[in-house]
Write a new protein. Structure first.
Length: 157
């Protein structure tokens, strides 16, 4: 595996965890739906634009850049939801005390945990992975196409 792919995977994992905290922070501060929409979705462009440009620069391929964007965003989605589960189990949340690991002796603990993973985690991943695939492809393709065209124009002048 190329070193850049390891970096893309690490960026995807770290961005998923970062976005978990970022979404919690912004949902409590921003009251306007339009502003929240821009703030919540715009942040997803920060890791993907440089990755798309770098992949286009290295491979000179719009499709490979788009594929890289899809993979990075998909990893971010999975990381986001797995981190949510880990946070609930290890750190806890006031509204979901039954999921904290300290309750492992409770007769319903393991069924609650199973419900968390099959409900919140899996359904969240399934719900958002389509957006990661389509959005990552479109953004990666668009950014890499623009980068390669601008590079070609600069070269010709």
């Amino acid at each position: 595996m190329k070193r850049r792919w390891i970096i893309y995977i690490i960026v995807g994992i770290l961005f998923g965890v970062f976005d978990f905290f970022y979404q919690e922070l912004t949902s409590g501060i921003i009251s306007s739906y339009a502003t929240w929409f821009i703030v919540a979705w715009g942040i997803w462009l920060i890791p993907i634009i440089p990755i798309s440009i770098y992949e286009a620069k290295v491979t000179k391929s719009c499709l490979r850049s788009a594929f890289t964007s899809v993979i990075t965003w998909s990893i971010s989605i999975v990381s986001y939801y797995l981190f949510m589960a880990v946070k609930l189990v290890l750190i806890g949340q006031a509204s979901r005390k039954e999921l904290h690991i300290s309750n492992y002796r409770d007769e319903f603990y393991w069924s609650n945990l199973k419900s968390l993973f099959t409900g919140d985690v899996l359904s969240g991943i399934i719900e958002w992975i389509g957006i990661a695939i389509v959005g990552g492809f479109v953004i990666g393709l668009s950014v890499s196409f623009a980068y390669l065209k601008l590079k070609k124009l600069r070269k010709s002048h």
